[in-house]
Design a protein around this ligand. Structure first.
Ligand SMILES: Cc1cc2nc3c(=O)[nH]c(=O)nc-3n(C[C@H](O)[C@H](O)[C@H](O)COP(=O)(O)O)c2cc1C
Length: 166
C-alpha cells in the first residue's frame, strides 16, 4: 500500500501541512510520497491519494485544479481525500465551501473534503496580495493547528491500513 500526498501552495504553508500529513502516514508504517502536483504525471504505484490546495479568492490554485482534471479517471479508481487551507475567518470558511469544491469531490470520487485554517505572513505577500488582504480586512498570523492535521492524517492512515488488511 502506497500513498501520495500532494498540495498546491503559493507561500509554503499548505506545502508544510502536506508534509505533516505525509510524515504522519509514514509514521504508521505506510509507504508515502510527498510530491508537488505538477511533478506527478500518473498515479501508477499509488493506492491512495491526498490532494490539497491553498485557497485564493475562493478557489484552489491552478496546479491542484490541473492535477484533479488531468488525473480524474485514475483518481476515481483509488481512495482519495481532499483538503483546503485558507484563512480561518476572513473570508469566512463557509465562503470557501463553493459548489466548485463540491464538484471536485464528485469529480475524483473523494471520501470527503477537509478545511484547515492557514497562515498569512505579511512579509511573504506581494503588494497586490497585501492590498487584497487589506480590502478584505484579513488578519495576519499562523492559524494552522498541526495536531488537527495529524489527527486527520491518522484517520486516513487507519483507513488505508484497514483496506490493506482486508
Ligand atoms: C490575495 C489572497 C487571497 C486569499 N483568498 C482567500 C480566500 O478566498 N479564502 C481563504 O480561506 N483564504 C484566502 N487567503 C488566505 C490563504 O489561503 C492562506 O494564507 C493560505 O494559508 C496560504 O497558503 P500558502 O502559504 O500555501 O500559499 C488569501 C490570501 C491572499 C494573500
Amino acid at each position: 500500500m502506497k500513498v501520495l500526498v500532494t498540495a498546491a501552495s503559493r507561500h509554503s504553508s499548505t506545502r508544510e501541512i502536506a508534509a505533516e500529513i505525509a510524515a504522519t502516514i509514514r509514521a504508521q508504517g505506510i509507504e508515502c510520497d510527498h510530491r508537488e502536483p505538477a511533478e506527478v504525471k500518473d498515479l501508477l504505484g499509488y493506492d491512495a491519494v491526498v490532494l490539497g490546495s491553498a485557497i485564493y479568492v475562493g478557489q484552489w490554485l491552478g496546479d491542484a485544479k490541473d492535477f484533479a482534471d488531468r488525473l480524474a479517471p485514475q483518481l476515481r479508481e483509488r481512495k482519495v481525500w481532499l483538503f483546503s487551507s485558507g484563512l480561518a475567518n476572513q473570508p469566512s470558511k463557509e465562503a470557501n465551501n463553493t459548489p466548485a469544491l463540491a464538484a471536485r469531490v464528485q469529480q475524483v470520487g473523494a471520501e470527503g473534503h477537509k478545511h484547515f485554517p492557514g497562515k498569512l505572513d505579511v512579509l511573504q505577500l506581494s503588494l497586490a496580495e497585501r492590498a487584497a488582504i487589506m480590502a478584505a480586512r484579513g488578519k495576519y498570523g499562523d492559524s494552522r493547528d498541526m495536531s488537527v492535521v495529524r489527527g486527520w492524517a491518522m484517520a486516513i492512515a487507519s483507513e488505508v491500513s484497514s483496506v490493506n488488511a482486508s
